[in-house]
Design a protein around this ligand. Structure first.
Ligand code: 13P
Length: 421
């Protein structure tokens, strides 16, 4: 289960002077290419899903594949929502499986940016999710020429950055120091002095957007001055496009499957070269050893209903799926009826939380309190419930190693939690 806590991942990069690549993916081919590069380079990696790309693929179909691929990777992975527009985007990203979210209100006035970002940070942190905010404005759109989106670049100022981070509580800050999204005309000129001052003022992992088009020397200087996450997409789209054009025009081997195989290889090579340049290559083992594994929690309730009216039971379950399923940090609500007539309990809920913190934030959420007090508890006094962390081979191995160090015994026992309902 090498999905790991993204805050731990970027803190490690920041402390050790390298940057993790956050590569926006737009297809299964990109997903496979990015992860095969990470495996090859033994690098931690961020699988990044940019909201501006959601028109090109079905995010609800893509995310189960992203999660599955991350879970079976042998290198540490985080899954990140890139450029989320508002609180609803962040909550949806968390529900779909992101364990880091970016809120981008950088085009707003300073105070409005703070208000929107603060709301996202409060909600996401209550779900155990790390948050990236942006201050200053990085123009352009990923995958396109920046000239087509010519809004003026606004630099981040160190004084505003300090106030922004203190007042929003973000874990990482995306800064504007001269980069643009997509291709820009001419060479980007970066303001390293400004970046240095921001880094000294904040001492948190900093993020650069618009990685495409920077030179090796520019990347190195950015990393020396606190950049711990680099967002990178346009160059991947370009090498993929060039690969398709060249394979399609060659006479042999231009079947569809050959074209996408070539895309995978080309994108993977580009990703791997950046992992080596940014210093994340070869870090997988130490990151896995030092960072918290991502451990979702499930909440199960077995219950009987007083009265035994089947219609009332259906109504209760439908309402629960609707109301509880919308609470931040809830991934899924499954309801069920016994398959055997003589069962001790006739009904079940299975509620999947993204993180153990949601046990508390869910219990205290007003929609849960209203549902439990007004509908559920009066009808279901005969019930048992349990919260348990999902055990995987990797999480068990990791805790085993930790407890061996301390000389204690590992417990794989489920965590019997406080009853929610
Ligand atoms: P590029 O497309 O310029 O590499 O930027 C990617 C990015 O910043 C995604 O958020």
């Amino acid at each position: 289960m090498p999905i790991i806590d993204m805050k731990d991942m970027l803190q490690h990069a920041y402390d050790h002077g390298y940057a993790v690549g956050a590569f926006d993916l737009v297809s299964l081919d990109f997903l496979e290419a990015i992860l095969s590069a990470a495996e090859q380079a033994r690098a931690p990696v961020i699988l990044s899903l940019a909201e501006s790309h959601f028109g090109y693929f079905d995010i609800e179909l893509m995310m189960p594949a992203v999660e599955k691929a991350a879970e079976r990777a042998s290198v540490p992975v985080a899954i990140h929502l890139d450029h989320g527009a508002d609180l609803d985007s962040a909550v949806r990203g968390i529900k779909l499986g992101c364990n880091g979210v970016m809120i981008d209100a950088s085009h707003q006035e300073f105070s409005e940016n703070i208000r929107i970002t603060r709301a996202v940070a409060d909600t996401a942190h209550a779900c155990g999710i790390a948050v990236e905010g942006e201050l200053g404005y990085v123009p352009g759109v990923e995958g396109e020429d920046a000239e087509r989106h010519p809004e003026a670049l606004a630099y981040t100022t160190p004084v505003e950055a300090k106030a922004y981070v203190e007042r929003t509580g973000v874990d990482f800050l995306a800064v504007s120091v001269g980069t643009v999204h997509g291709r820009m005309k001419g060479k980007p000129r970066l303001d390293y002095q400004r970046l240095k001052q921001i880094n000294e003022a904040l001492s948190i992992p900093l993020v650069i957007h618009g990685g495409t088009g920077l030179s090796d020397a520019q990347f190195r200087r950015l990393i020396t001055n606190g950049i711990a996450k680099i967002n990178y997409y346009t160059a991947l789209a370009e090498v993929a496009g060039a690969s398709i054009r060249s394979s399609a025009s060659s006479r042999k081997g231009n079947s569809y499957t050959n074209l996408v195989r070539d895309v995978r290889q080309t994108v993977s090579a580009e990703v791997e070269s950046k992992m080596r340049l940014w210093g994340s290559a070869g870090r997988a083992a130490e990151v896995l050893a030092r960072c918290q594994p991502w451990t979702p929690v499930e909440h199960v309730i077995l219950y009987n209903l007083s009265g035994g009216d089947p219609e009332q039971a259906e109504m209760l379950m439908a309402e629960g799926r609707r109301v509880l399923g919308a609470i931040p940090g809830v991934r899924e609500v499954v309801t069920g009826k016994t398959a055997r007539e003589n069962a001790r309990y006739r009904y079940t809920w299975l509620i999947r939380f993204c993180h153990p913190k949601v046990i508390d934030s869910f219990r205290e959420h007003p929609d849960h309190v209203a549902f439990a007090d007004k509908l559920f508890r009066p009808l279901a006094s005969d019930r048992v419930s349990v919260d348990y962390r999902i055990e995987t081979d990797a999480s068990t191995r990791k805790r085993h190693a930790a407890s061996e160090k301390k000389g204690s015994h590992i417990s794989t026992r489920a965590l019997f939690g406080k009853a929610l309902f």
